[in-house]
Design a protein around this ligand. Sequence first.
Ligand SMILES: Cc1cc2nc3c(=O)[nH]c(=O)nc-3n(C[C@H](O)[C@H](O)[C@H](O)COP(=O)(O)OP(=O)(O)OC[C@H]3O[C@@H](n4cnc5c(N)ncnc54)[C@H](O)[C@@H]3O)c2cc1C
Length: 524
Amino acid sequence: MNREENLKQAKQKGTPYDIILIGGGATGMGAALDAASRGHSVLLLEGVDFGKGTSSRSTKLVHGGVRYLQKGDIPLVMDALKERGIMRQNAPHLVSDLAFVVPNYTWWEAPFYGIGMKVYDALAGKYGFGKSELLSSEETVNRIPTIATEGLRGGVQYYDGQFDDARMLVNMAQTASEQGAHLLNYFEVKGLLKSDEGFVNGVRALDKESGEEHEFKAKIVINCTGPFSDSVRRMDNADAKSMIAPSTGVHIVLPAEFLPRGTAIMVPRTTDGRVLFAIPWHHCVVVGTTDTPVDEVSLEPRATAEEVEFILENARQYLEKPPERKDVLSVFSGIRPLVKAGGEDNTAQLSRDHTITVSKSGLITIAGGKWTTYRHMAEDVIDRAELLGELNPADCVTKRLNIHGYHEHPEKFGDLAHYGSDALAIQQLLQEEGQGELVHPRLKLRVGEVRWMARREMARTPDDVLSRRSRSLLFDAKAAREAAEKVCEILREELRKDQDWVEQQLQDFDEMSLGYLVEELVTA
Ligand SMILES: Cc1cc2nc3c(=O)[nH]c(=O)nc-3n(C[C@H](O)[C@H](O)[C@H](O)COP(=O)(O)OP(=O)(O)OC[C@H]3O[C@@H](n4cnc5c(N)ncnc54)[C@H](O)[C@@H]3O)c2cc1C
């Protein structure tokens, strides 16, 4: 994975690509991986960084969706539970089982949720993660010592999966690259190219690092821009009606002491009728989420003080020591790319919870779905692309395709476990002089890791390092802001940049990262 090399190859490509993908989130990267591993030639263009959009801002669950079970959407839950199993099988270094407890405070909750979770277990079939069980109040407190005990009658324990979304994306990018895909970050698609007959046959894109524009040709172009899908559809047809109904979801991050035993809490019904999770993740606790419809989509949606207060208020009802605003280490917000019912394209097809549309000019758009089902979404959209672009049909192979870093016992690498099989090489790098030094006393990120991210994971900016390749901005927003200068200096050396670049990057990171500080929340 090397940006210069990928750009050189894309510029030198004499014939059109089979497929160009716009957008480097779970949907686009999943599709790149699927298409490249079938043998198609692939170019993926991401306007900022892989995972800059929604795909690094999820609740970090690999799940069937208990919420969909409540709504009775059985096929959707079954599909997601199967994909959950495939994801763990192919990326065991990043996807793990997690025990959840639904705490019960009224008499009907144990039988109600107990039966519901048995159905969840049964739907998973051979992809099951562990059997659900009813817990007494003592057992519930034993698993979650911080749970509010007044009126506690017991709990229902069940299992689901959890992962590190942005690291998964980086490892998927490395896998796609190994399969021959050309991937470019900081490459924004500005327009679509069309043949004399009016069919989309390429893109015009801006290299945000050099300021140069390039044209790339392809037999098929797929729009995988999630919440931004409508803006790309309007490059094709300026009058296209909106198909995305965006809504933001906010999470807060708390210190590990709020869930010390590694068991998560699932609240099936918050004061606004949603599901709320409190999840031990790395060495902290992620709590969320909210659901607020918005008119505008942005790459950095800002959480409001009201949304954070809502999460804290609901969390307080279940925790013995109530979390306060001062406990919040970081706040992050993402936009759901929800697809509106209906739509104007006559080839629109509703496929489970994701939608694939084909415009009259042949632009394919795939939107909706969830992280857990990215592989199945990719299979569907590449099947469609093969048909439409008259590509050589090939079987999808991603059901059994290890993701880069695959390792069955990553825990043996200690705090480098999330790098999976790359941990050995990183360990060696850290032994070199000065490379083992922390970039900040409160962050578990070392100088050598930043170098690795620049050399092997296509990190280009302090945001790429601090937000996604390490999750420092989520673990401790203040510490990440303080570490930016040091990280920038390492990147300057690695990427051979000058002092002006450093100053610009620091200014950009400073502005962007303000949105993660609980002290800087905006009001609605
Ligand atoms: C709050 C929240 C919690 C969630 N939790 C979970 C969960 O726990 N588990 C789960 O399975 N799912 C979860 N989801 C759903 C999941 O995160 C999303 O479905 C998924 O990440 C969407 O991926 P995407 O690739 O479609 O969109 P994105 O990740 O937003 O990717 C789109 C990309 O397109 C790029 N782009 C836009 N315009 C252009 C252009 N012109 N040129 C080039 N690139 C462009 C953007 O920069 C962006 O990186 C959650 C979603 C939200 C909002």
